[in-house]
Design a protein around this ligand. Structure first.
Ligand SMILES: [Zn+2]
Ligand SMILES: [Zn+2]
Length: 295
């Protein structure tokens, strides 16, 4: 009597990873083949392990690379921000207003950090990939919690193009409608910090020795979100340190439990539970520790 058993073991499905990442995950196929005959002999069972790359490794995933469309959107976003900054400087020069535009610019920088935290908290906790307008961002951030280190392999324009698109559509009308140097002092720095927040975020995942010294200095001074601070966001209980520009608001927001209060209000008013209440679970837990980026 011969019994043939062949079982294939694919890796367990990985959910909540951006579709663009799924295609390139290393898949290992294990094939077990066992044969039993009427004359059993030792070592007849044989295990065949077939290991192959179905697709290129994640680090070479084309979805991490910039396209010309990405670069054009980043160029458009930078152009609208630069136009706003130019209007602020020229308007200030013409009206002899200097302090007010500078203070407005500082306010833009400070409030951009708060804005990044509120937006990040919202998409981390509510909605899903089918949510209108921000579904892609929600899916991408959920994927980021699974594979945080991939952000360090993502090319510049690939990482920024989504926010650059939002900035282009928002700042362009403001550029056309307003000439006030104070308004543009605020808008230019706020929009710049929001558009580059994903770059600051990527640097927060970088290894100290591989980051430009100026970036490390700015992180150490607290002008950009620090590696140590953002690392806390990727650890249990997964409900803090949402701000990714300077990180200056993280301590205030977390200690005052503002987001927890908002979550309670939304739960009792709308019956919607934030994802962070269900953590830690597999949705936010890092999938693999391929790279130790928290230097
Ligand atoms: Zn997050
Ligand atoms: Zn992160």
């Amino acid at each position: 009597m011969a019994v043939s058993l062949q079982t294939k073991y694919p890796l367990r499905p990985i959910t909540n990873v951006p579709r663009s990442h799924r295609s390139s995950l290393l898949r290992v196929r294990v094939t077990c083949s066992a044969t039993t005959t009427t004359k059993p002999q030792p070592n007849l069972e044989k295990l065949v392990v077939e290991k192959r790359f179905v697709n290129p490794p994640l680090v070479n995933d084309p979805s991490l690379q910039s396209t010309w469309t990405h670069r054009l959107w980043v160029a458009a976003g930078c152009t609208t921000v630069f136009a706003s900054l130019a209007k602020s400087i020229i308007g200030g020069f013409n009206s002899h207003l200097w302090l007010e535009p500078v203070l407005a610019g500082y306010a833009g920088y400070v409030l951009a950090d708060l804005g990044s935290g509120v937006y990040h908290w919202a998409i981390d906790n509510y909605g899903d990939e089918s949510t209108p307008l921000v579904g892609t961002q929600i899916e991408a951030f959920q994927g980021h919690h699974k594979l945080p280190w991939t952000i360090t392999r993502r090319q510049f324009a690939n990482n920024l193009h989504a926010l650059a698109r939002v900035i282009t559509f928002t700042v362009l009308p403001i550029d056309l409608a307003f000439n006030d140097p104070v308004v543009h002092g605020f808008v230019s720095t706020f929009a710049f910090c929001i558009m580059f927040s994903q770059q600051f975020h990527a640097w927060a995942h970088g290894t100290k020795s591989k980051l430009p010294p100026l970036v490390v200095a700015l992180q150490d001074m607290g002008l950009l979100v620090s590696r140590r601070q953002h690392a806390e966001h990727h650890r249990a209980p997964y409900n803090n340190n949402y701000c990714i520009v300077s990180g200056a608001w993280n301590k205030v927001l977390d200690e005052s439990k503002v987001f927890e209060a908002l979550e309670m209000v939304l739960y009792f008013q709308l019956g919607v539970r934030p994802r962070s209440w269900s953590e830690p679970n597999s949705d936010w837990t890092e999938e693999t520790e391929i790279s130790n980026n928290q230097a």
